[in-house]
Design a protein around this ligand. Sequence first.
Ligand SMILES: Cc1cc2nc3c(=O)[nH]c(=O)nc-3n(C[C@H](O)[C@H](O)[C@H](O)COP(=O)(O)OP(=O)(O)OC[C@H]3O[C@@H](n4cnc5c(N)ncnc54)[C@H](O)[C@@H]3O)c2cc1C
Length: 325
Amino acid sequence: MTDVHTTLNTAADARVDVAIIGGGAAGLSAAVTLARSLRSVVVIDAGEPRNAPAEGVHNLLGREGIAPGDLIAQGRAEAEAYGARMLSGSVAHVRRDGDDIVLELEDGDELRARRILLATGLRDELPDVAGITDLWGTHVLHCPYCHGWEVRGQRIGVLGTTPMAMHQVLLFRQLSEHITLFTHTMPELTSDDWDTLAALNVEVVSGRVGELRSENGELRSAVVDDGHEFAIDALTVAPRMIANSDLYEQLGGELSENPMGVFIETDFAGKTPIEGVWAAGNVRDVGAVVAASAMQGLMAGGAINGELATEEARAAVAARAARTA
Ligand SMILES: Cc1cc2nc3c(=O)[nH]c(=O)nc-3n(C[C@H](O)[C@H](O)[C@H](O)COP(=O)(O)OP(=O)(O)OC[C@H]3O[C@@H](n4cnc5c(N)ncnc54)[C@H](O)[C@@H]3O)c2cc1C
């Protein structure tokens, strides 16, 4: 990635139309849209996209299976080709200053923007099971559409933490006949649930999973608290998804919550209730996959450009009126 950091504080860089915080699918897509509208755009990215542990991006038409890092590299190149500038690093603080929003980077440098787009993604809070973090994104999975096909036919465990575990059972049962539901901390199964599990030949293990055992990075088994060990090749979990929202909260933003997680609420295009602050991707929609995140970036980019164009037209009308008065 081109590092524009050394030129950030020149006069030309001191104030941009739009600062995009986060350079994943959402942020880069917005950058392309805005740069193609001749807006001055800087993307500041800490370089930790959520799907980094995965081997490939799936369900992405035209780029099926591309490595997450390759998709980002291509997105950066596309945005840069239209004039967007990329900056590696983290935004530590934001504050309002008149009509502008001032971004303070982790090394203390500052950047001023007319609008900001938060595309900072989310963090997945995994259940408290020994060994789970090391296998996240490779053998510990959350989404049948992202990586279900890759584990088709294998021995798949479903870690029950919410009533949604029954739904995960159905979706992964579509992919494999060898499903084990670990009831873990999920609510008690209903008689309908038991009927379904029996009809689909799903093994049910009552009790908490305390540990996942692996060998050379491959998941081997889940060990329940009574010591019994069950051989599995993959485990599906429902992480709690928490928006990376520190910057939004610094500006006085409040968060919303649903059963899946915590997020920034916006209108359809990504406008938040805080003036000048927009959001796209997982930070506003915890269920958004890559294509949906990119789509939200595009929509936010277009809507920001429209808002700026309207503001500029009003200023031009006022200036003309002043001249002719
Ligand atoms: C293991 C796994 C596999 C997945 N596989 C698929 C798949 O196959 N197909 C699919 O469609 N979806 C998949 N997803 C979902 C996918 O990861 C998300 O849809 C996508 O990453 C959301 O894009 P985003 O731009 O909103 O956030 P991200 O891609 O997470 O990008 C956010 C960026 O913002 C940066 N950032 C955060 N805070 C700051 C800050 N303060 N300053 C600067 N930068 C900051 C981060 O470092 C990161 O680079 C998967 C998810 C996981 C967890």
